[in-house]
Design a protein around this ligand. Sequence first.
Ligand code: ATP
Length: 578
Amino acid sequence: MKFAIVAEHFEKLEETTKRLEMFEILSQLFKKTPHSDIDKLIYICQERIKPAYEGIEIGMAERMLEKAIARATGTDIKKVKELYKKKGDLGLVAEALSGKFKNKLIKPKELTLAEVYDGFLKTAKVSGVGAVDQKISIIAGLLSRANPKEAKYIARFVIGRLRLGIGDPTIMDSLSKAKIGDRGLREKIERAYNLCSDLGFVAKTLFEKGEKALDKFKVTPGKPIRMALAERLPSSKDIIKKIGKCAVEAKYDGFRLQCHKVGNKVFLFSRNLENMTHMFPEIVSEVKKLRQKNIIFEGEALAYNDATGELYPFQVTITRKRKYEIEKIAEELPLRMFVFDLLYVNGKDFTPEKYITRRKKLESIFKKGEILQPSAMIVTDDPKEMEKFFEQEVSAGLEGVMAKRLDAPYSAGARNYNWIKLKRSYRGELSDTIDVVIVGYLKGRGMRAKFGIGAILVAVYDKKEDVFKTIAKVGSGFSEKQWVELREMLDKIAIKHRPARVDSEIKPDVWVEPKYVITVRADEITRSPLHTAGKTEKEMGYALRFPRAVEFIRFDKTPEDANTVNEIKKMYKMQFEH
Ligand code: ATP
């Protein structure tokens, strides 16, 4: 397929402000795509080259792209830089300078989707001496053959600024529509995606081998499984009422890891399914020692004080993320991992098995007192006993407990009542934090005006509609330095109009692609006519009272991982019940 067709559709996607239109445009594009290329297109739509867990980055900085544009279009680098200053978007610079083939006798051959994708992949794979120059030449090669529209999207893609804001749910719906004319295959596509975390591969299987092939998808060691997530309830009584006799585990505030051992290879994946293997060498060596040849399990990794045995909070555990000398930190802050689920052992998929069966197997493999040890757990149908366990864990400095339905399978990629979290903070005031997506910013007056950003407009996720709905304006919680940094980051993902997947009645000064998640704390959830979260023709929306940011960007969460409108409704009700 000609890349020009992709570029035309991307332009339509960029212009639309309606999520339904986005779905239509995307499904038309998928329908036109040859089966052999659909995976490539899916990765490009996800703004990646391969699924996240492969950790393949293109590694192009703005300066390299400027050089590639200059080289491809025969423009002086100074002029490229000047234009960039004027336009603020290297995509637009590439568009303005490209496609003027007038000096050439023969017009270059039109680019295909496969050629563009292969160029991206090749760029990502070059390394070592001379890599920078090689990357520049590959991209310049593509740009020199591109028409202006194509050049715009190639340039934006290579520096990670495609800004189409598509999102996996829209891709899945559109794939279904392209294949059968409606959304009927969404569930099957999602199931397959949950098991392998590779939407390109799922799409290709569907297009090449049909619907039946999707049903045959299995758990495969080495490919991360999308993680099961928990609902919340306000008290132990509510939990027992909901799921009866259940397992209650300590809730550790560490770094969630899904560990895969395939022969003598080990892979560790984060909650966001990124490959984190390099960050936890001591966990890798423990996993290697396991007797099982192939195994997948999940747990929470935490740093602890070797002298006192005390567990450190999340912030301490992740210091190693920012430092280069991981080995040294591993010595200063040794890790322990509390294993809480077992998904696969030597050819047997445990995900359909009951919790209690998985746990039994888990306890036969992992032993107390070791670096990899089972999470603390009791089984009870007595709210008082759960309460006692909760108090004991909280006074030991933990976050709370996780109750788990005894006969439930591992629900990959889903949030439901098979797991229920109970945190100290749910009792009484709304002190549990909320994860929201930034959809725009307001310039602000007074003090803050000097930074050009006074508040951010934030939204929660409406899963049913696959749309982000506003819930608050957040103007506090960040340091001055963070505001400046935030504004720079947001300007890079700014869009001219309201993004198609954002529903808002407030118009910020600058709209941005829904991309960054932040965690906020608020005094309470109120009803408000200003916000669209939960708003219907008859009812007002929900809003946060006195929201303030408690953390900078949550890079471990995608926009669809933000709290949902439904969760907000439940949290709103919980405020009155306790
Ligand atoms: P979520 O991961 O549900 O989107 P979140 O990132 O805000 O939400 P929490 O609300 O604190 O996290 O709770 C869920 C997380 O708790 C899990 O993703 C996991 O990392 C962690 N966790 C700690 N202990 C356990 C346990 N025993 N069983 C399952 N998860 C646990």
